[in-house]
Design a protein around this ligand. Sequence first.
Ligand code: NAP
Length: 292
Amino acid sequence: MNNASETSVAVIGLGLMGRSLAGAFLAAGHTNTVWNRTPAKAEGLVAQGARLAPTVGDALRASAITILCVTDYPAVRELFGTNDVDGTTLLNLTSGDSAQARDTARWFEQRGARYLDGAIMAVPQTIGTPDAMILHSGPQADFNAHRETLRALGTVSYLGADHGLAALYDVAGLTMMWSVLNAWLQGTAMLRTAGVDAATFAPFAQMMAAGVATWLPGYAEQIDSGSYPAEVAALETDARSMAHLIEECEALGVNAQLPKLFKALADRSIAAGHGGEQYPVLIEEFAKPHSG
Ligand SMILES: NC(=O)c1ccc[n+]([C@@H]2O[C@H](COP(=O)([O-])OP(=O)(O)OC[C@H]3O[C@@H](n4cnc5c(N)ncnc54)[C@H](OP(=O)(O)O)[C@@H]3O)[C@@H](O)[C@H]2O)c1
């Protein structure tokens, strides 16, 4: 149990990210206790007013909420294996998967702690600014109790009671990021064969990505209702354009793997009888394991 003031925060793990988190709490005027396996990494923070706790247990007891930011979940288990966590509140911002988040929540809760899981959708340099998006999942009352304190880190978002949600949103967000980047690189490779440089194509690509993004809410309605009427185009029309894209890539001598993946997914859906439906029907291909 601790008697810490409501806005006191401990940060455990002072790597590149942990130091930024602790620095943001200090900048926002929170009492900040820190602990790191290698104490020397706390020196800069101590110079700014942080207190270096001698042990993890001491940091826990000194603070209303303790933020964990170490390499991975096994490191979290190693750190807290023998510590008394009864009556404490923890927010784990260490990256991991949804199963690790749920298991770790149970592990802490069975020992009497309140536990929130989270994911940092930002780099250390943006922490403390609105550009830093921090995702949270776990009991809403625990999030609400510390929301104002956590706002020191950036834009905070609460996703739901399931502890695995922050980790799932994290990887879903990365899928979006790599998909957009790969599509842009594909188009850039194609246009460079005609002497168009990346900077010239970038504003067009940006406009395309922004335009496609506006389709998502309507397509989401089709997915959630399980009904995919071809209001704009049928999947088989898209598949013909994909064949054209593959031919163009091969003729230009650029990599056609990504367009071939698009076409393979569409072909499987068409073979399953969905050629006359709209593009989001492909969710049925994405929703099952790839059978080879
Ligand atoms: N950096 C980013 O841009 C970024 C962005 C989003 C999310 N994240 C996530 O934030 C977490 C930390 O990342 P980082 O960039 O700060 O990594 P980092 O600079 O490599 O720091 C790792 C931290 O974990 C500690 N640690 C590792 N194993 C430990 C153990 N067994 N016991 C105690 N402490 C241990 C290290 O302690 P020592 O100092 O003693 O080695 C250090 O404080 C990761 O899960 C990462 O995926 C990072």
